[in-house]
Design a protein around this ligand. Structure first.
Ligand SMILES: Nc1ncnc2c1ncn2[C@@H]1O[C@H](COP(=O)(O)OP(=O)(O)OP(=O)(O)O)[C@@H](O)[C@H]1O
Ligand SMILES: [Mg+2]
Length: 266
């Protein structure tokens, strides 16, 4: 078997524009990056364009907003000219998304079990007892203590940490090659954050899954990721190996780094 060295994702000159009173406002201004078989971090202050970049990769930015790129290669196919609906071929099955607050991404009127079963049926053709057995195995894999109870629960009956684990299980049902996690732990308390990160780390190792992790926490990204992209006002201003982040000479990265101890002080 040949080992492919091609990146999973290759983006060239990505622009994302939203309508505003002054016409169109550029939220992302011509960025280029690749995602390989790795843990890639995106950091940058609020409003720098991290979340919209993730959503553009999943075809989740719809008109009147506009997305343009000279290349948007996802798993070998170029989506630069594709309509948002075409992205359903990669969304869920090749790329999964976890957002900040599971309460907004879980369906409030369906049990966790029903939602996992749906994914297992759509992506893997499993149903009935086979789907239930696999679903319970996934809930167990994300270290939910009582999978049976979670299976028949609604989102509002779970804590934030349990909801996020359930969300991750739901994504795993699709067996994505790339998981996009947009601040997956920032709504959770510190001990739960550490557990969720450990869980993601294990999944990357065991399943060979690539991870795109958006975070405000430069120290965490430095320790957790392989490589980091720094965004500022819609541009990529710096990128480096994660362990070199704190030695970056870029003035904006230095400014972000210098904010960290100040925020951590009482
Ligand atoms: N639906 C929308 N309509 C109009 N403007 C939007 C929309 N979504 C995002 N934007 C704008 O795009 C820019 C980038 O937003 P984005 O959510 O990507 O920031 P971010 O880097 O994820 O910030 P945060 O760290 O706060 O999550 C912001 O100026 C935001 O106001
Ligand atoms: Mg965001």
């Amino acid at each position: 078997m040949s080992v492919s060295t091609e990146p999973l994702v290759e983006v060239r000159d990505l622009h994302i524009m939203f309508p505003s009173r002054a016409g169109m406002t550029n939220a992302v201004k011509g960025i280029s990056f690749e995602i390989g078989q790795e843990k890639l971090g995106i950091v940058g202050e609020s409003g720098s364009g991290k979340s919209v970049t993730c959503r553009a990769l999943l075809g989740l930015i719809a008109p009147p907003a506009r997305v343009s790129a000279s290349t948007m290669r996802l798993f070998g196919d170029d989506y630069a000219q594709a309509r948002p609906s075409a992205f359903s071929a990669v969304r869920g099955c090749r790329m999964g998304l976890i957002m900040q607050d599971p309460r907004y991404s879980l369906n409030p009127v369906a049990t966790i079990g029903t939602q996992i079963e749906e994914g297992l049926y759509l992506q893997r053709g499993l149903r009935g007892a086979a789907a239930r057995a696999e679903g319970l195995r996934l809930l167990d894999a994300v270290a939910l203590r009582d999978p049976q109870r979670v299976w028949s629960s609604y989102a509002h009956q779970l804590s934030g940490g349990m909801g996020q684990r359930a969300m991750i299980a739901m994504m795993l049902a699709m067996e994505p090659a790339l998981l996009i996690a947009d601040e997956p732990t920032s709504a959770l308390d510190v001990t739960v954050q550490v557990e969720i990160l450990a869980l993601l780390e294990g999944l990357v190792k065991d399943r060979g899954m690539a991870l795109l992790l958006v975070s405000h926490d430069l120290r965490m990204v430095e320790g957790f990721c392989d490589r980091v992209i720094v965004m500022h006002q819609g541009h990529i201003v710096d990128q480096c190996r994660a362990e070199e982040l704190s030695h970056s000479h870029h003035p904006y990265t230095r400014r972000l780094l210098n904010c960290v101890p100040a925020l951590a002080e009482p």
